[in-house]
Design a protein around this ligand. Structure first.
Ligand code: FA5
Ligand code: MG
Length: 344
């Protein structure tokens, strides 16, 4: 009986001394597990007489219950302490200034592309794409530019092999679209994409830039439809007060041909470095699809006609956002790109 008292007192004392849940768990193992001190007391039973056994068993049971109760009570206290300590440690000072996460922005050229796609899709156009590495056939020959045609010099070309090249204009996509249509009318498409030329880089020229081709082919499509479409596009993109002008021009794949200029955003038309003192910035070339082009792609040019245009997206972005150097689009300076988060 003394031994039982001893185990009980030692146990209660050990529980009392515990400072954390790990220690308490160890005490629970030491005393109450199968190999623990309380179980050890039961082993003493076999040395007792039949009369003594019940009282002893009762005593051991009491001991076990007392320890269990004390362990549970202590556990509750320690758990509360632990939670309190944790809350204390993890306290958040909501008055401390936070960090602003660094969020990227849509590239200004993508914004222009998306805005133009919206505008033309709204007028019933669909969107088509094509490969950047292109066959001479689609970039030049189908565009009424046979080999050795002098107008090939208008677009100095990066050749890969004598018959493959980096497309110099999105007009190459137009030729693929015409071929795929197999003479079916009407056609009403825009084709955005990157193009490449051996141009010297300056404020308004880049050796890699973006164009968006537009193509409409059907019955009785006229130059008036083209002018109306382009005027609508220019006013929508640049506002009613920006001047635009149509200038007669030449492209082998259109007849007649025009180029469209917008009054310079930097000088308002007076003349400056950006517009090379002319007061105007050229944004697109356009015209009525040449009958040869229609015929080569399998259309009867006596039964249908069409117009096409090729817009320079960098030029549009420069005019719209007041950017004075085309190279800004390609140097990836984050300070430049960050300016566009407010347009998202
Ligand atoms: C063409 O590329 C014709 N394919 C456009 C066309 C399509 C005419 C359909 C008729 C029918 P051009 O070479 O002028 O034309 O280029 C068209 C536009 O691309 C220019 O108005 C200009 O905005 C832009 N552009 C041309 N060269 C560069 C360059 N090096 N850097 C940036 N933009 C350029
Ligand atoms: Mg031009």
């Amino acid at each position: 009986m003394e031994k039982v008292q001893q185990v009980k007192n030692d146990g209660l004392m050990a529980i009392e001394k515990c400072e954390n849940l790990e220690q308490l768990n160890q005490v629970r193992i030491d005393y109450l597990s199968k190999k623990g001190h309380v179980q050890g007391l039961m082993a003493l039973m076999k040395d007792l007489s039949k009369e003594e056994k019940p009282a002893f068993g009762q005593e051991v049971n009491d001991c076990k219950q007392a320890l269990t109760k004390a362990l549970d009570a202590k556990m509750e206290v320690l758990q509360k302490d632990a939670l309190k300590a944790k809350l204390e440690k993890e306290k958040i000072d909501i008055t401390v200034a936070g960090y602003k996460p660094n969020i990227g922005t849509v590239h200004p050229l993508m914004m222009i592309q998306q805005e133009l796609e919206d505008l033309f899709v709204g007028m019933g156009y669909s969107v088509a794409e094509g490969p950047e590495m292109e066959l001479d056939l689609y970039n030049f020959e189908r565009a009424n530019l046979p080999k050795d045609h002098p107008a090939r010099d208008m677009q100095d070309t990066f050749y890969i092999t004598p018959n493959t090249l980096l497309r110099t204009h999105t007009t190459a996509i137009q030729m693929r679209v015409l071929e795929q249509a197999k003479g079916q009318l009407p056609i009403k498409l825009i084709c955005p994409g990157k193009v490449y030329r051996r141009d010297d880089d300056d404020a308004t020229h880049s050796h890699q830039f973006m164009q968006m081709e537009g193509l409409v082919v059907g019955e009785n499509i006229t130059l008036t439809d083209l002018k109306g479409t382009l005027r609508f596009f220019a006013k929508k993109m640049f506002g009613e007060d920006r001047e635009i002008r149509f200038r007669p021009s030449y492209f082998p794949f259109t007849e007649p041909s025009v180029e469209v200029d917008v009054s310079c955003h930097m000088c308002g038309g007076k003349g400056c470095n950006v517009c090379k003192q002319t007061g105007w910035i050229e944004i697109l070339g356009a015209g009525m699809v040449h009958p040869n082009v229609l015929e080569m792609s399998g259309f009867d040019s006596s039964k249908c006609s069409g117009f096409a245009f090729g817009i320079g997206l960098e030029r549009v972005a420069m005019l719209k956002y007041g950017i004075d150097d085309i190279r800004n689009f390609y140097t990836n300076d984050v300070r430049f790109l960050k300016n566009f988060d407010r347009f998202d």
